[in-house]
Design a binder for this molecule. Structure first.
Ligand code: PEP
Ligand code: MN
Length: 338
């Protein structure tokens, strides 16, 4: 259930409503927008009589949430979520942010040179996996925490933020101070224990869509994080598996406006995993920005052909520069800044 408070509602009136909801056995999630406070009730709301709230002082309106995702739905934050980071970077507002870097952190020179080029081109996040979910156990598995320390150093040296994948609960604590944004990869989109645990922390999470997940399943997965009280969740379309074999995955561009309509959460496009082909990354990145993506995450490596993972879809820095100048034009054309 959603209880939307009047703009003029006092703290005392809001507290009274929260108390009555709690007494009814409902879990309360509060969000305060620029004009009004919204209280979302989750749990056994079917038996709650909504009329009793309608007449409480300060209440504007009350309604049931018909979708299965209660906190990820637009109704919880009609004006949209903006996730704020250091350096004034925001995801979900007017600005389109760019996250770029190698698939995997490989060594000091590689990550420092990538950071330099990402910053120079106008990116705001350095991406790079320290823990890699590889299809084969014999493939490069990542450098782990020592690799992440290198990335943190490189990012700090160039004024960038860090996004990196967390694969299991035991990695959260050692990663916590080294990342600005936890990435949950496609393969872990429904690792519910991991999602629940990330809901207990106050650090933003980038949740990638599973290769075979519907948009509803993606939104339900985000609900595991949100219901823990961590509302800084950013979703990501990274391509789904279809009958088409021309590209590694099929980048579902339509998922971007669909998610933006159904949910208040920011949405990111990943054209690297979305296509798996270097020559298709730029067109799909442009399409994602045109379709309303709040950020783009792209694989870039100084020696892209020799990347330890995902070489075929990784851009050379010069290609990334060109893409950035194109994205600025598209962003402006759809009323965004970059
Ligand atoms: C990655 O970002 O390198 C990655 C493994 O992504 P995904 O989980 O989307 O495959
Ligand atoms: Mn990759």
């Amino acid at each position: 259930m959603i209880v939307a408070m009047q703009e003029s509602a006092t703290e005392e009136q809001i507290d009274n409503v929260i108390e009555v909801m709690t007494e009814a056995g409902v879990g309360v999630h509060r969000t305060t927008g620029s004009s009004q406070t919204i209280l979302a009730g989750v749990g056994p709301t079917a038996k709650v009589d909504l009329a009793q709230f309608e007449n409480m002082p300060g209440v504007e309106h009350v309604h049931r949430i018909s979708s299965p995702y209660k906190l990820a739905g637009r109704g919880f934050r009609p004006e949209g979520t903006i996730v704020e980071f250091r350096n004034g970077v925001k995801i979900g507002g007017e600005q389109v942010a760019v996250m770029a870097g190698p698939c995997s952190i490989e060594n000091r020179d590689q990550i420092f040179e990538t950071a330099r080029r990402v910053k120079l081109a106008g990116g705001s996040f350095l991406r790079g996996g320290a823990f890699k979910p590889r299809s084969s156990p014999y493939a490069f598995q990542g450098l782990g925490i020592p690799g992440l320390r290198l990335m943190r150093e490189a990012a700090d040296a160039h004024g960038l933020l860090v996004v990196s994948e967390v694969m299991e609960i035991s990695q959260i604590e050692p990663m916590f101070s080294l990342v600005d944004l936890f990435q949950v990869g496609a393969r872990n989109m429904q690792n519910f224990n991991l999602l629940r645990e990330l809901g207990q922390f106050r650090k933003p999470v980038l949740l990638k869509r599973g290769h075979a997940a519907t948009i509803e399943e993606l939104l339900l997965a985000s609900e595991y994080i949100l219901s823990g009280g961590n509302y800084d969740v950013i979703l990501c379309e990274r391509g789904i598996r279809t009958f088409e074999t021309a590209t590694r995955n099929t980048m579902d561009i339509s998922a971007i406006p669909v998610v933006k309509k159904l949910s208040h959460l920011p949405m990111v496009g990943d054209p690297s995993h979305g296509t798996g082909r270097r020559d298709m990354v730029a067109p799909l990145a442009r399409a994602a920005v045109a379709a309303g993506a709040d950020a783009i995450i792209v694989e870039v490596h100084p020696n892209a052909d020799k990347a330890a993972s995902d070489a075929a879809q990784t851009l050379f820095p010069d290609q990334f520069d060109k893409l950035m100048s194109e994205l600025k034009i598209i962003a402006a054309a759809v009323g965004r800044t970059m």
